[in-house]
Write a protein that binds this ligand. Structure first.
Ligand code: NAD
Length: 505
C-alpha cells in the first residue's frame, strides 16, 4: 500500500494567508439576487483540510479498486437522482439554462462510470519483459496514487470540468481537496455532500471554498499534485506557486478553438455545429468555437446558414443562452468586438450593440484581421469570427497559428482525417463539435497555452498517479555485472555481447 507521498510544505511565514473577507457572496448573474454566502477559507484552514485528507489516504487506498468503484458508482447514483436540484443550483450560480446543466451532468456521469470501471485495468500491476542482460529478474509496473490531490475548478462547467479530475483522482486511490470557483461554490459543496453519503467513514473528498488566495494556499499546502482547470493567466500563477515545492500540476487552461469547413463539407451540419459550438453556454466554453475558417467555394452558403441559425438564438431570461457569468468578462467581449470592427471587420449579426447589461446577443463577425484580439485572444462570449480561405492548407496554417491548442472541429466528407492529423491541438472532432470530450476513453487536454496533461481516459487516470517500477531477482545471474567481484572474463563477454546485440543496428 502506497503511503501519501511526503511533500515539502513551505514554512508558514513564507506563505500568504488567504487575505480578504471571512466570507463571500454568490449572486445570480441574471438577477443579482443573493444565492448564498460561503467561507473564504484561509491558508491555515486549507492546511487542516489537506492534513485530514492525508490521514484518510491509506484508508481509501486500502479499500482497493473494486470497493472504490462501488462507492463511486453509488456517488454517480446520488448525482443522477439529485440531477434536477443540482441543475437548478448551477443555473442559479452561473446562469446557464437548466437543460444545459442537465447535459453537463449526463456527460460527467459517463466519465465517472468509466473511471470507476477501468481504474484497476489501467493502473493495476502488470508484468513487463526484462531485457536479455537482466533475464534473471521479473519486472512489474503499477501506478500508485499520490496520496492527496488538490483540484481547482472553474465555474463555466462547474460539474463536468471538476469531475474530469475528481472522478479520475478518486478512482486512482487519492483523497481530494477540491476548491471550486468562487462563482459556483454551492455546486462544489453539493458534490461533496453527495459523496459523503456514500463514503461517510472518512473525509475522502473535501470542498474548501474561497477566492483566488484559497486556491493559491492549496497549491502551497503540500498536496501530491494539483489538477487545475481555469484561465491561462491563473494557470501561470498556479504553476509559479507549485514550483516552490515542486508540486506537479495538470493544466487545463483556456482555448481559442477553430472550426474548419472544407469545400466538400456538409455545410448545413457545419453551420449548425459552429452556431451551437460558438453560442451555447453564452460562449463561455473552453472548447467553444470562436473562429471559423471556410473554403471560398462554400463560404457564402455557410455564412448565410450560420447567420439564419444564430438569429433564432436569443440571450435573455428564459432564452436559449443565459447571462455572462463574470461581470468583468462583459468588457473583454465588448473590447474584442470593438477591435474587430475598428480594424475592418463587419458584424453580420449582433456587433457593438449586442451587449445589454449581462446579456450578449449572438454576434457573427466577418473580414476580421488575424491579428485582431477577436481572433487571437479567448473571448468567452457568444461571438464567432468567420474567415474565407482559399485552401485547406491556409485554414490549417491559421488554426495552428494560435497561441492556444485545445480543440478543433473539421467538416469534410472525404478529407477529415487528413486535415485533423495536421491540426496541432490536443483534440479534433471530425464532422461534429466537441465529440471527443464526451467519449470517456479519450484523453482531453491541450498543448501550448491551453496547458498540458490530460483528464479522461487511461491518460486521465495515470495523470493522478506515479509509475512504480519494481524488479524481483528470480535467480542469481550467471553473468553478475554490478559487483566488484566481476572479473575480466565477464568484461570480455560484455564486450562481445554489445557487438552481438547492437553491432549490426
Ligand atoms: P480562473 O482562472 O479565473 O479561475 C479558476 C480557478 O482558479 C478558480 O477556482 C479560482 O478561484 C482559482 N484561482 C484564482 N487565482 C488563483 C491563484 N492565484 N492560485 C490558485 N487558484 C486561483 O478561471 P475561470 O474564470 O473560473 O474559468 C474560465 C477559464 O477556464 C477559461 O479560460 C476557460 O477556457 C478555462 N477552462 C478550461 C477548461 C479545459 O478543459 N481546458 C475547462 C473549463 C474551463
Amino acid at each position: 500500500m502506497a503511503e501519501a507521498l511526503p511533500t515539502t510544505v513551505a514554512a508558514p511565514e513564507e506563505r500568504p494567508a488567504a487575505a480578504g473577507p471571512r466570507t463571500f457572496d454568490v449572486r445570480d448573474p441574471a438577477t443579482g439576487a443573493l444565492v448564498g454566502t460561503y467561507p473564504n477559507h484561509t491558508a491555515a484552514e486549507v492546511d487542516a483540510a489537506v492534513a485530514r485528507a492525508r490521514a484518510a489516504s491509506d484508508w481509501w487506498q486500502q479499500l482497493g479498486f473494486a470497493e472504490r468503484a462501488r462507492r463511486l458508482d453509488r456517488w454517480r447514483g446520488e448525482i443522477a437522482r439529485g440531477a434536477s436540484e443540482l441543475a437548478a443550483l448551477v443555473r442559479a450560480e452561473m446562469g446557464k439554462p437548466r437543460a444545459d446543466a442537465q447535459l453537463e451532468i449526463a456527460m460527467a456521469a459517463e466519465h465517472l462510470r468509466w473511471a470507476a470501471r477501468n481504474a484497476e485495468r489501467v493502473l493495476g500491476p502488470r508484468s513487463v519483459p526484462a531485457g536479455l542482460l537482466t533475464i534473471n529478474h521479473a519486472a512489474t509496473v503499477e501506478y500508485l496514487p499520490y496520496g492527496v490531490v488538490g483540484v481547482i475548478g472553474p465555474w463555466n462547467y462547474p460539474i463536468f470540468t471538476p469531475l474530469g479530475s475528481l472522478s479520475f483522482a478518486l478512482a486512482a486511490g487519492n483523497t481530494v481537496v477540491f476548491k471550486p470557483s468562487e462563482f459556483t461554490p454551492g455546486v462544489g459543496l453539493w458534490l461533496k455532500q453527495a459523496f459523503d453519503r456514500v463514503v461517510p467513514e472518512r473525509p475522502v473528498l473535501q470542498t474548501i471554498t474561497g477566492l483566488g488566495a484559497t486556491g493559491a494556499a492549496l497549491c502551497r499546502a503540500g498536496v501530491g499534485k494539483i489538477g487545475f482547470t481555469g484561465s491561462t493567466a491563473t494557470g501561470r500563477k498556479v504553476m509559479a506557486a507549485c514550483a516552490e515545492t515542486l508540486t506537479p500540476v495538470l493544466m487545463e487552461c483556456g482555448g481559442k478553438d477553430a472550426l474548419v469547413v472544407a469545400p466538400d463539407a456538409d455545410v448545413a451540419a457545419a453551420a449548425d455545429a459552429a452556431v451551437w459550438g460558438g453560442l451555447s453556454n453564452a460562449g463561455q466554453t473552453c472548447l467553444g468555437v470562436e473562429r471559423v475558417y471556410v473554403h471560398r467555394d462554400v463560404y457564402d452558403e455557410f455564412v448565410s446558414r450560420a447567420v439564419t441559425l444564430a438569429r433564432s438564438v436569443q440571450a435573455g431570461p428564459g432564452g436559449a443562452i443565459g447571462p455572462i457569468t463574470m461581470p468583468r468578462q462583459v468588457e473583454i467581449i465588448r473590447a474584442h468586438i470593438a477591435d474587430a470592427l475598428a480594424r475592418g471587420g463587419r458584424a453580420l449579426l449582433g456587433g457593438s450593440d449586442a451587449i445589454d447589461g449581462r446579456y450578449v446577443q449572438p454576434t457573427i463577425l466577418i473580414d476580421v484581421p488575424e491579428d485582431s484580439t477577436a481572433v487571437t485572444e479567448e473571448t468567452f462570449g457568444p461571438t464567432l469570427t468567420v474567415t474565407r480561405v482559399d485552401s485547406m492548407d491556409e485554414a490549417i496554417d491559421l488554426v495552428n497559428a494560435s497561441a492556444y491548442g485545445l480543440g478543433a472541429s473539421v467538416f469534410s466528407r472525404r478529407h477529415g482525417p487528413d486535415i485533423a492529423r495536421r491540426i496541432r491541438t490536443g483534440n479534433v472532432a471530425i464532422n461534429a463539435f466537441v465529440a471527443f470530450a464526451t467519449i470517456p476513453s479519450l484523453p482531453l487536454g491541450g498543448i501550448r497555452e491551453s496547458g498540458f496533461g490530460r483528464v479522461h481516459g487511461a491518460d486521465g487516470l495515470r495523470e493522478f498517479t506515479y509509475p512504480h517500477a519494481v524488479t524481483r531477482q528470480r535467480f542469481r545471474s550467471p553473468l553478475p555485472l554490478t559487483t566488484f567481484t566481476r572479473g575480466p572474463r565477464t568484461d570480455a563477454l560484455v564486450g562481445r555481447l554489445i557487438g552481438l546485440l547492437h553491432g549490426r543496428a
